[in-house]
Design a protein around this ligand. Sequence first.
Ligand code: GCV
Length: 687
Amino acid sequence: MAALALGLATAGRAAADDGYRLWLRYGHPAPAGAVAVRGASPMLDAAAAELRRGLPAVAGPVLLASAADPSIAALNLPVSRLGEEGYLVRRGRVDGREVTLVTGNTDRGVLYGAFALLRHLDTGGSADAIDLSSAPKVKLRILDHWDNLDGVVERGYAGRSLWDWWTLPDFKDPRYTDYARANASLGINGTVLNNVNARAESLTAPYIAKAAALADIFRPYGIKVYLSARFSAPIELGGLKTADPRDAAVAAWWRAKADEIYRAIPDFGGFLVKANSEGQPGPRDYNASHADGANMLAAAVKPHGGIVMWRAFVYADTDPDDRAKQAYTEFKPLDGKFADNVIVQVKNGAIDFQPREPFHPLFGAMPKTPLVMEFQVTKEYLGFATHLAYLGPLFTEVLDAKTGRGSETVADVVDGTAEHHRLTGMAGVANIGDDRDWTGGTFNQANWYAFGRLAWDPDLHADAIAREWARATFGASPGVVDPVVAMMMISREAVVDYTGPLGLAHLMATGHHYGPGPWVSDLKRPEWNPVYYHRADRQGIGFDRTRTGSNAVAQYAPAVAKLYANPRTTPESELLWFHHLPWDYRLKSGETLWDGLVHRYDRGVATVAEMRATWQGLKPFVDPERWDKTATFLAIQEREARWWRDASLSYWQSVNGLPLPAGSAAPAHDLSWYKAQTPAFAPGNPK
Ligand code: GCV
């Protein structure tokens, strides 16, 4: 594929490409007879079919076989370290024949090995020295679809839902298989089909049958299906008077429901639950705890081997405490109280998927409870599908953060190194919809890719993943790969700069999560208003989360709390998250906080302009369809980066009365103009 793309590029522009194939852009099918399989199973068939689709001839003959096959066992390969899902791919002689052997202790391992071989060859690996071996560090590698049964995806990123609930279970769109292939290529092994803002209908017999049809399609690719469960379903569907988790009839209803689901989907993964959060029902409605609720559901799925992923994303308007503290306050005391098939799912930061947040203080604080990391692959607060923001650096920044307990990192908590929990997990809120290119833009595919690769191995580096993806997506030419990786690696910081630099967050306008609205102060819940988060006044800006303020810093382990307690030792990228500081506070550069803030907004806009220029230079190398769309999106992004910058600066100036530093351009309009921008149906507007 790489050679083909390069050849076409040098001959003119690369061939038309609508992005449908994602990173699996194989050039030619494998030569006939190139792929042999020992044994038979749907998963081995899927592995062989994938290799036949795209194995380059240079790979020579390939043999897929379980490590338990007598001929393979006789080779004494180091397969014990592969566990249940790992693979080993190696050149060698099997039964007197020189082959590339793809093996594992399970068919699933072989499947992942087949994709690893394709990735190796597709991203420039030598065909002569094939020796690949890897096992996933995280057990549950799951996509969460926030898809509603009416086809609308929560807040509208990346088109409408991929699932056509209306024509399921009869019509099995071939896209469902391609979705499974793409996920299996990364090692993703679970998918939650419906929105955490769940409807009870997803648990009715017709919808269970629809979910079962998808489960049948995904099974050969090693992907289990999960459902978001609405906690009040026993009332809505079962006609009970209560959903109290301590009520025997409620528990019996859930047990019967679980039995019904498992009859249709024998390998059903289990439930994901958003409870007592943003209007969703939950055990707190009955003065029961989150552990009571989770454990009751866990008991229902336990006989079938299922699990419950219980979200810690809770905050209440009745709680006057800092929103950033509420999940910890509620969940920390429950450590050790959850059943052994419950895993608590925690967002990467304590507020809500902002372009930058310090890691969530629950990581490292609940040692007796397995915690799933929840990342948002879709870019709810980073320009949705339109803006280019490669999230690899956001994910790794969180995973690499030190929790303050010795040398432990967040990744150690997530992958089980820290506490050796049986269950470990990483979940990504999917950015996949029904767009032809799946994610509403080529570069958004990289975020799906990066999530999957990091769920397999949280220690991978964001730039290495970007390089791998760029090669698979655009071809091997360094003339393309190097600039594309460079663009990707600066892109997320650019969004931070033009939306909320120096630790500012949650500054978006009302009704959508797309454009700026730092002035918003009229929403009924205090913590829905941007002014709640930035607290700017004539003297200064920022949220004091030290002892003199909300003391959220005390939720971190002492070593980290100490750093965050002092503005001088707080990373400047998180400064105003933890501190309310005067406008003339001196940053490490020597400039004032105000000047530094303005310079960062300027830098954000300049970086987008730089990304645009880089992309212009790639026109000869990229197919017209993907190039044009990206070029147009970058133009939109540059315009909207200016909108964010200018709107924010006009507002800050209206508060602090300070002039812009020399060289910084005045906003194009006055504040009232920005306040008047209320685009109908902007992405992120649920109405
Ligand atoms: C699914 C934020 C989003 C909501 C989302 C919620 C959650 O508040 O804006 O759209 O709802 O997070 O993660 O549950």
